[in-house]
Design a protein around this ligand. Structure first.
Ligand code: SF4
Ligand code: SF4
Length: 301
């Protein structure tokens, strides 16, 4: 079971939902921090680093003495990472995905590959949670290869929660591919709704079942709920705009430990996701869980 956590925009509380869901999972779980430009799940989990592995990408290098400037490599590369203008080619390593295709098509066997470091993958054990996080090197623009390296460390047969980067770009799609269910975390504001729509479009195109978590209930308006209702999208959990949650976050504490009354809600989020991966997903957009705390308003439909 692979549950991916995504959001159309940053700052919605996606990592908060990930780490708290992992904490209450109830059995050993793998937590993959795939937000490799800014991994932060480790801030909430106290564990020991078990391993650290360097990740490299094979980048082409042209032997000028063998190259006859035919341009085959340049025509093959869909990423424009190797360019020949009737001349011996130039390589742009920061754009290269390391697919190896240019070396394969070179008729003169003039291309060999050299390893370029792009980052590291760390494995941290924090009680029942095995945190696997990617850390992209400063100045490296290519996140997907490192994300794939994080994903290959998953032990098959054990549940995994994947924390995706914010947005709907290529790195996010790299995280979501192969997921059994996607949880989209949003907030009930016009910006939240705008980015939620983009995220919904993305997961619909990927044909992955999904549901929504609305964070900071009480700010903004009801347009996220109206959208979810109209689109038959289940709202799996609502987390109120509770100052104590923000305070716990700022101290690097898990909500379920700082505020134990929330534990049952995250447990039910897990149940709602598991239930929805095994049953008909076209249930009208009902609220599976509604969290209410004194002083926090919740939207009623
Ligand atoms: S390895 Fe792939 S991405 Fe990199 S330059 Fe060659 S064809 Fe392009
Ligand atoms: S395909 Fe090989 S021979 Fe042709 S331009 Fe590229 S490196 Fe040179």
């Amino acid at each position: 079971m692979k549950i991916a956590m995504a959001s159309g925009k940053g700052g919605t509380g996606k990592t908060t939902v990930c780490v708290n869901l992992a904490q209450v999972y109830g059995s050993p779980v793998q937590l993959l921090d795939c937000d490799v430009e800014e991994p932060n799940a480790h801030l909430f989990l106290k564990g020991l680093v078990r391993s650290q592995e360097t990740v490299t990408l094979p980048i082409p290098e042209v032997d000028q003495s063998l190259c006859d400037a035919c341009g085959e490599c340049s025509r093959f590369c869909q990423y424009h990472a190797i360019a020949s203008f009737g001349t011996k080619p130039l390589v742009f390593p920061e754009m290269c995905h390391g697919c190896g295709g240019c070396a394969l098509v070179c008729p003169k066997k003039a291309i060999h590959e050299v390893d370029k470091r792009i980052g590291v993958v760390e494995t941290i054990q924090a009680e029942n949670i095995t945190l696997i996080q990617g850390l992209l090197d400063v100045g490296v623009a290519m996140a997907p290869p490192l994300i794939r390296a994080v994903k290959t460390r998953v032990q098959p047969g054990r549940p995994a929660i994947l924390d995706a980067p914010p947005g709907t770009s290529c790195p996010v799609v790299t995280v979501l591919r192969g997921a059994d269910f996607v949880v989209l975390v949003t907030e009930p504001t016009p910006f939240g709704l705008h980015d939620l729509k983009l995220a919904v479009e993305m997961v619909q195109q990927l044909r992955i079942p999904f549901g929504v978590v609305v964070n900071r209930m009480g700010i903004g308006d009801d347009r996220v709920h109206v959208f979810c209702k109209n689109e038959d999208i289940p709202i799996l959990l609502e987390i109120p705009d509770d100052r104590r949650i923000a305070e716990a976050y700022s101290r690097g504490e898990l909500i379920v430990e700082a505020l134990p009354e929330y534990r049952a809600h995250f447990e039910r989020l897990r149940e709602a996701v598991l239930e929805r991966t095994s049953t008909d997903l076209h249930d009208p957009g009902r609220v599976a869980i509604r969290v209410a705390t004194p002083g926090a308003s919740t939207f009623q439909r």
